[in-house]
Design a protein. Structure first.
Ligand code: OMP
Length: 272
């Protein structure tokens, strides 16, 4: 089953285009969990969040940084987290890779074969040969950073190159390189106008991963309206901190569920 088939099936079943970012930064976890488990609290935290929200999401997106910061134990927790997520729910590894061809091949092998993630984020600025090894996995999806959500996105991504901003060239390349139908793009919710432009460039068959709602204050309604395709789908709205850290007390999983439920419904209202 391809990433797109898996994504659509879960989105339909859960009536959801919400992706929860498992950015489970150890120092931000509820103190009672940290005191009870030490760094392994990250796994217990993820277990509770996944159990509380698995019927409300279209995907999960762990950002590898929050696992790598714990050293080897963090990588073990990442691997085990992968196993906690029901098989039918796609997992996007937010790894933001990008390197020369043989190194990219090793990154792709690690993320797709060892960890068995369904999708990965890649920074495409090193060009096609740095992306190609990921694209060989036709059942997986490679999300290319096009227009990121952070303030510094303007430093390079909006520079005028040959009459248009650099991010638009990247979106055009994403479309050209998508011969296996396994590319997605990343555009921040903080850039709603650019989202609409990118949707026009990439067409209706490509998923757009949209981070920047909640802690980064992107406008959810505009982001959703501008990123969905003609069938009001394929916009994966990622929210991390404002869902998983909705409460820092014993009720944290319940609070995460509550936050996820209202975001899912808000996304659906904006799609309608
Ligand atoms: P919150 O701001 O807590 O919802 O987290 C956003 C998540 O999306 C983090 O894991 C970021 O690394 C990631 N992200 C962005 O915030 N901006 C981008 O432009 C791209 C990403 C990403 O690739 O997911």
């Amino acid at each position: 089953m391809s990433f797109l088939e898996k994504l659509r099936a879960v989105a339909r079943r859960n009536n959801s285009w919400l992706c929860i970012g498992l950015d489970s930064e150890f120092p931000r976890l509820p103190s009672f969990l940290r005191e009870r488990h030490g760094p392994s609290a990250v796994l217990e935290f993820n277990r509770a969040i996944i159990e509380a929200t698995a019927d409300l999401v279209c995907a999960y997106k762990p950002n590898l940084a929050f696992y790598e910061m714990l050293g080897p134990l963090g990588l073990e927790i990442l691997y085990k987290t992968r196993e906690l997520i029901p098989q039918e729910i796609p997992i996007i590894a937010d790894a933001k890779r990008g390197d020369i061809e043989n190194t990219a091949r090793a990154y792709a092998k690690a993320l797709f074969e060892y960890y068995r993630f369904d999708a990965v984020t890649v920074n495409p600025l090193m060009g096609f040969d740095s992306v190609a090894p990921f694209l060989e996995y036709s059942e997986k999806c490679t999300f290319l950073l096009v227009r990121t959500s952070n303030p510094g996105a303007r430093d390079f991504q909006e520079l005028n190159c040959d009459g248009k901003p650099l991010y638009q060239h990247v979106a055009e390349k994403a479309r050209q390189w998508n011969t296996r139908k396994n590319i997605g793009v990343v555009v921040g919710a903080t850039a709603p106008n650019e989202l609409a432009i990118v949707r026009r460039i990439v067409g209706d068959e490509m998923p757009i991963l949209v981070p920047g709602i909640g802690a980064q204050a992107g406008d959810l309604e505009r982001a959703v309206k501008n990123s969905v395709n003609a069938h009001k789908e394929l916009a994966i709205i990622n929210v991390s901190r404002s869902v998983i850290f909705a409460s820092s007390s014993e009720d944290f999983a319940h609070a995460a569920r509550h936050a996820a439920l209202s975001l899912r419904d808000e996304i659906n209202r904006a799609r309608a």
